[in-house]
Write a new protein. Sequence first.
Length: 116
Amino acid sequence: MYLDEIREYCLGKPGVEETLPFGPDTLVFKVNGKIFLLMGFDNDPVSFNVKCDPDKAVELREEFPVSVFPGYHMNKKHWNTVLVNGSVSDRQIREMIDESYNLVQGKKTAKSPKRK
């Protein structure tokens, strides 16, 4: 997949906003105000960070040792960096994006009021 394909896939999901909070070189996709994917414009090969269930994150790193790594500049337990270098299929890339979106989409940004 190319950067523009990943971008279009993310933007096709309900409630997604595209932002540049870390400067003009890092594209950030959010749902409910929470980040689910980060991607640099100048990375060659294309790479991106996605949120992941901690156990699944380890499994993916073991399954794709040349393509999936602990999240660069992220919480290594919950984030993976994925290099788009041909060893991970487009279907698998979309699945990783879907999982990240679903993990973040269920979370709310505002705290629930405390019950008395």
